[in-house]
Ligand binder design. Structure first.
Ligand SMILES: C[S@@+](CC[C@H](N)C(=O)[O-])C[C@H]1O[C@@H](n2cnc3c(N)ncnc32)[C@H](O)[C@@H]1O
Length: 352
């Protein structure tokens, strides 16, 4: 049951505009006619429309949930209803009506998909040596950080409970890209053996964690603050939490963070990846709605991060973390606001 202070429902509403943008972008690019009756790989479609790899992954996932594309064994084709209702020059087409009102946002989306960000476009986040970010603008950054922290406040307890199922004996925890103190505090409560919880964030993110602690008169004892770039270093800890952070980055950058964690984590350590997950099948209307929400969320992330981020499926998380030397344990645990906790342990490397 959601708390009355939980704005998650309203946040979710924002996501669905992506579906209409994606539909109108597909119509503007004549996607149905250009693919026609061909069966194509994801990469071939990306190449046909000049999309980046991350955009292809994200846009095709959404078009599949929207039943414009369907895929089998890595090959995509236009779904039957889309061929009948969205093609050019046939009497059954509803394209003239559906494409009405295409606005500059549609062109902006197509540019993002093609990796054509304007020269003055500023990324949301970056590593410490990569220039200015939106988070360097204190007023905008505060709105973003406070918005994200209000969501973290809601999922902190269910997330801490999920982590405690495998981490109850741990002494140290590191929240990587923490943003707010809520998750760390909830973990200290849920796992009483924890001696400290380290919050790692860039200085431009950490200042809001301090503001929240002051405003809420929280006890900062057992909290340790590490201002650092997670692409350069992570602290040593028994448990690592990476919440709503993997989705801001491309697979290779996500892997970089996981490689740092792999080098620092003890053999019996635990990693919790907490994310909105892209769904790959839906057999009920409720499941379809959730799949649509998550696929729309992926497109929001792609747009917000200038083409870097997206939602990954469970299989993609397992593949990326697997290459960094982790294996999944237990079942995925849904928390709230569409997020799910995935737990991993380091894989023992056999030496001969
Ligand atoms: C989407 S927020 C997630 C915040 C929080 N973990 C949650 O679940 O709500 C991503 C966080 O990663 C931080 N971040 C981004 N780039 C970073 C970097 N290179 N090093 C450390 N933290 C970074 C941001 O400042 C922000 O707090």
């Amino acid at each position: 049951m959601n708390e009355p202070t939980d704005a998650g429902r309203f946040y979710a509403l924002l996501r669905f505009e992506e579906a209409s943008l994606a539909l109108r972008a597909a119509l503007k690019m004549n996607l149905v006619d250009r693919i026609g009756d061909q069966q194509l790989s994801r990469d071939a479609i990306g190449e046909m429309f000049g999309f980046t790899a991350q955009a292809t992954r994200t846009f095709l996932a959404l078009l599949e949930v929207m039943e414009i594309l369907q895929s089998s064994k890595g090959q995509y084709r236009i779904a039957e209803r889309a061929a009948i209702c969205l093609a050019d020059g046939i009497t059954t087409s509803r394209k003239p009506y559906l494409a009405m009102g295409a606005d500059p946002q549609v062109d902006d989306l197509i540019r993002v998909l093609q990796g054509k960000n304007g020269e003055d476009a500023v990324p949301l986040y970056s590593g410490e040596n990569a220039g200015a970010t939106v988070m360097d603008e204190p007023d905008v950054a505060r709105e973003i950080a406070v918005g994200l922290s209000s969501r973290a406040r809601n999922f902190a307890t269910p997330l801490a409970t999920a982590i405690s199922t495998q981490g109850s004996k741990a002494k140290t925890l590191a929240d990587i890209g923490a943003g707010s103190p809520y998750v760390a505090q909830a973990c200290l409560t849920a796992m009483p053996r924890l001696e400290k919880a380290i919050l790692l964030d860039r200085p431009n993110g950490m200042r809001f964690a301090h503001e929240i602690i002051q405003a809420e008169k929280m006890d900062p004892q057992r909290l340790v603050f590490q201002e650092a770039d997670f692409f350069s270093e992570v602290p040593v800890a028994d448990i690592y939490v990476l919440s709503n952070t993997a989705h801001d980055w491309q697979p290779q950058e996500y892997a970089l963070i996981m490689n740092h964690i792999r080098r620092a984590i003890p053999p019996d350590g635990l990693v919790c990846i907490h994310e909105p997950l892209l769904l790959t099948n839906w057999d009920t209307d409720t499941a379809w709605l959730r799949a649509l929400w998550m696929a729309c969320y992926a497109l929001t992330l792609l747009r917000l991060t200038l083409g870097q981020g997206t939602c990954y499926s469970i299989a993609e998380h397992h593949e990326i973390t697997g290459k960094s030397g982790f294996h999944p344990i237990g079942n995925p645990i849904p928390t709230c606001d569409g997020c799910t906790a995935l737990l991993y342990r380091p894989t023992t490397v056999e030496t001969n």
